[in-house]
Design a binder for this molecule. Structure first.
Ligand code: 26Q
Length: 794
């Protein structure tokens, strides 16, 4: 190690020793892994606070416009490695811990994931705050400090079982509690009004209290704040009731309040009309809006200029009540004229749509809305009539419920989709009427991923190869990866590229063994599908293809089959019955195939429990093949597709979401395309009995369906999958049957191509070299320019 680095390592070591004693009250000889991790985290945090304060001073001094990102979900994962990597201290920390007789990697792995999100939407929010700090966009992320994040998944006889997640069991090293930053948030009650005044008198209320986590940018040049709200009771304990002997009742105010930020809803499609969910949404949105208005008023004067200093991005409709809440504050509390308040609010607001699935579009029953948020319901009616007076035709309130998408659209200056295809569909389907009225309001901002986490820190072997090949300035300028293109013709480079992949596959295999699994053959093709379990994502089609391949190998065991490991990862929403059956089927099939001696490792099915961000970090660098096989038109974007391709996995996929743009960037010759297009999907659904026809035309598929339906994979419960099979025959809404043959054929092409190792490595390296555009830095620059009108500036 160079001398300066070893001086840094010494410094870190002494800081760790200091925190071990003074913050954790431990002597080095008695320190557990937890103590070492906390001592290291606190030492790193000490280095983050100065750039954090400096950022705040600068933004304040320059009177910059701020971006407020409102999201119900932040799927962050571990923060410790972000700190290490952004501070550039990996070597120093490793050596400091080494000197203290502790293993760096074990300390890193000890931090529990912050799993405050379900999937793509929450992870996108996490990538965005990272990019905003890397670029120097002045921003706050606002969200909920859930006591329990996304449930922990276990398999019991192959069935998913959910357990409460408990990330706050231990101290969270990265947050600062802010008792002084708190707001009273009301619910229910009534609205009183006189000549020119209106007040809402809530029936019950809770305190929203801030917890701040600094989000440090690349090379620690900037740090934004993630401000999460926790619900606390106004009055913790009812002493009078206690003194009367009503012990349980005395604690009631506390129970009521804490329920609100207790747990993340584990559904990534709307559960209709749950009162607690509405309260969660209003709770964090109202606290955030009040916080940003307060900040504006301390720095600037006149609320009519709010839109010049404030951009509020709504991550889907979950915080869409921000519109009515902002109007309420402006009108009821600051005396602004109604129409002006509507225009000011619209100047500030923008809305991102993440889904076209009708069941995922939020609608709140009017009765519920009126009961929980009576004043907001009035304002929503006012917004609707303002909209109709301006020539609008769409009603926000329809069939007894409030359509939050239409509300968000009408209250936003910009609405964006998350991939080119999805934005086209947003224009032509759900919002076609509103798009007609406001033709420039809808814009596209194709999603991206942070290259710091999803290449630099999760894939050390490839990171080193890239840096030795093109220098070290690519992590915040990812399009530089293009410079790898000419190197692909160099056999030495290809060999190193292949070696990095192999190391990652071995590393994943070791990880799996630690989790209690079997070691994997690193020469096999690692075929990976990792994402929430959903019918439209078609894990079912993947497992049907797995069975078909198994049949083919058994029919012809002497052939030169390319060994494959089918890897699945993902959770089903607890109430999503079909998704849970698909999980059970994958596990049942895996049990049979993995026990078949004829396979001799040529086909293995792996489905590790509890897929999360940390598992993704171990798995993505090890993947050879990326399954992106959703029914065309149904996956808004996907972001796992980007992570996998960036790390050199080849995609087998449909023309859906961002797959379309990935294929354009990496080149059609480096992408395994199959399946119906979005247009064809819509047409095929009109054909009567299309599923039965498809099955009749595919003996391979028919054989598989007969096996499943007859209980071959569930010998103790032969009827287990009868329903799933008849669903395919009778109501194959997701076109599994229609796309099966094309998918099976494309997989056999994958087999062929992957037998030619050199060709595969070229294709794989071309994927890495051409994926730079998918950095979330590019996405954030797009939002900054098109929507927020801010200049990223370090
Ligand atoms: C809403 C109301 C009540 C309960 C839950 C919900 C809810 C929660 C989460 C609805 C939807 C979600 C999450 C949606 C999501 O993750 N969508 C994904 O967003 C990614 C980022 O844009 C895209 O890449 C994916 O294509 C999209 O599926």
């Amino acid at each position: 190690m160079p001398e300066t680095d070893s001086a840094t390592a010494d410094q870190i070591r002494s800081n760790i020793e200091h925190h071990l004693r003074t913050s954790l009250g431990k002597d080095a000889s008695h320190a557990a892994l937890y103590d070492w991790r906390m001592a290291l985290s606190l030492s790193l945090r000490d280095l983050i606070v100065e750039p954090w304060f400096e950022t705040t001073r600068r933004v304040y001094g320059e009177k910059r416009k701020r971006v407020y990102y409102l999201s119900m979900e932040y799927l962050i994962g571990r923060l410790i490695e972000d700190a290490v990597v952004n501070l550039g201290l990996e070597d120093a920390c490793r050596s400091a811990l080494d000197q203290l007789g502790t293993d760096f990697d074990e300390v890193m792995a000890d931090e529990p994931d912050a799993a405050l999100g379900n999937g793509g939407l929450g992870r996108l929010a996490a990538c965005f705050i990272d990019s905003m700090s890397a670029l120097g966009v002045a921003a706050f992320g606002y969200g909920v400090r859930y006591e329990h994040g996304l449930f922990h998944q276990r398999f019991e006889d192959g069935r998913q079982v959910e357990e409460a997640e408990d990330w706050l069991q231990q101290r969270h090293a990265w947050e600062f509690e802010r008792p002084e930053v708190s707001y009273e948030i009301g619910f229910g009650g009534s609205v009183k009004s006189g000549g020119n005044w209106t007040v809402w008198e809530p029936e019950e209320s809770v305190i929203a209290q801030a917890y701040d986590t600094p989000i440090i940018g690349w090379q620690a040049k900037w740090a934004n704040t993630l401000r999460l709200w926790a619900a606390k009771p106004i009055k913790a304990f009812d002493l009078n009731r206690f003194n009367r002997g009503e012990f349980t009742a005395a604690a009631e105010p506390e129970t009521l309040a804490r329920t609100i930020s207790r747990v993340l809803y584990p559904d990534d499609t709307t559960e209709q009309g749950k009162e607690l969910r509405l309260k969660q949404e209003y709770f964090f949105t109202a606290a955030s809006v009040r916080d940003l208005v307060r900040r504006f008023l301390t720095e600037h004067g006149d609320l009519k200029d709010l839109g010049q200093k404030v951009a509020i991005q709504l991550n889907d409709t979950h915080p869409a009540i921000a519109g009515p809440e902002l109007v309420r504050l402006l009108v009821d509390e600051h005396g602004m004229d109604q129409i002006q308040a509507l225009e000011v609010a619209r100047d500030c607001l923008a809305y991102t749509n993440h889904t076209l699935l009708p069941e995922a579009l939020e609608r709140w029953p009017i009765d519920l809305m009126r009961r929980v948020l009576p004043r907001h319901m009035q304002i929503i009616e006012m917004i609707e009539s303002w909209h109709l007076q301006n020539g609008g035709t769409v009603r926000i309130i329809e069939n007894g419920s409030v359509k939050m998408g239409d509300l968000a659209f009408i209250m936003a200056s910009h609405v964006n989709g998350v991939s080119a295809l999805h934005t086209d569909l947003v224009r032509s389907t759900v919002f076609s009427e509103l798009n007609h009225q406001y033709p420039n309001r809808i814009v596209n901002e194709t999603n991206g991923i942070t290259p710091r986490r999803w290449l630099y820190s999760c894939n050390a072997p490839l990171r080193q190869l890239i840096t030795e090949s093109i220098g070290d300035s690519w992590p915040n300028d990812l399009e530089q990866l293009q410079k790898l293109m000419p190197l692909i013709d160099d056999a030495g480079f290809r060999e190193k590229f292949a070696a990095a992949k192999r190391t990652n596959k071995e590393r994943f295999s070791n990880w799996l063994v630690k989790q209690g699994g079997q070691p994997l053959n690193p020469d096999a093709l690692f075929d990976v599908q990792i994402k929430r379990i959903h019918e439209y994502k078609r894990q079912l089609m993947n497992i049907l293809e797995t069975i078909a391949l198994w049949n083919a190998i058994r029919d012809n065991p002497g052939a030169d089959w390319r060994p494959r490991v089918k890897i699945f990862g993902g959770k089903a929403a607890p109430g999503y019955v079909v998704a849970k059956q698909i999980i059970q089927l994958i596990n049942d099939v895996g049990r049979v195939i993995n026990a078949d001696p004829v396979m001799r490792g040529r086909l293995v099915v792996v489905f590790p429990e509890n897929y999360n961000v940390s598992m993704a970090e171990a798995l993505i660098p090890a993947a050879d093949l990326s399954e992106q096989i959703s029914t065309a038109g149904m996956e808004a974007s996907g972001t796992g597709n980007m992570k996998l391709a960036l790390n050199g996995a080849l995609t087998i996929g449909t023309l859906d979401g961002a797959n379309v743009e990935i294929r354009e960037h990496v080149g059609e010759e480096n992408f395994f395309l199959f399946g119906l297009t979005a247009q064809e999907v819509m047409a095929r659904r009109q054909v009567p009995d299309f599923a039965r026809q498809a099955i009749d035309h595919s003996p391979v598929l028919k054989r598989v369906l007969v096996q499943i339906g007859s209980g071959f994979f569930s010998p103790n419960d032969r009827d287990r999958y009868g329903h799933l099979v008849s669903l395919l025959y009778e109501h194959d809404y997701f076109l599994v049957t229609a796309d099966f043959e094309a998918y099976y054929a494309k997989q056999r092409e994958v087999d062929q191509v992957s037998q030619d190792t050199d060709r595969w490595v070229r294709m794989s390296a071309a994927n890495t070299a051409r994926m730079g555009w998918f950095s979330s830095d590019r996405t954030i620059r797009g939002y900054a320019k098109d929507i927020w009108k801010v200049e990223p500036q370090l």
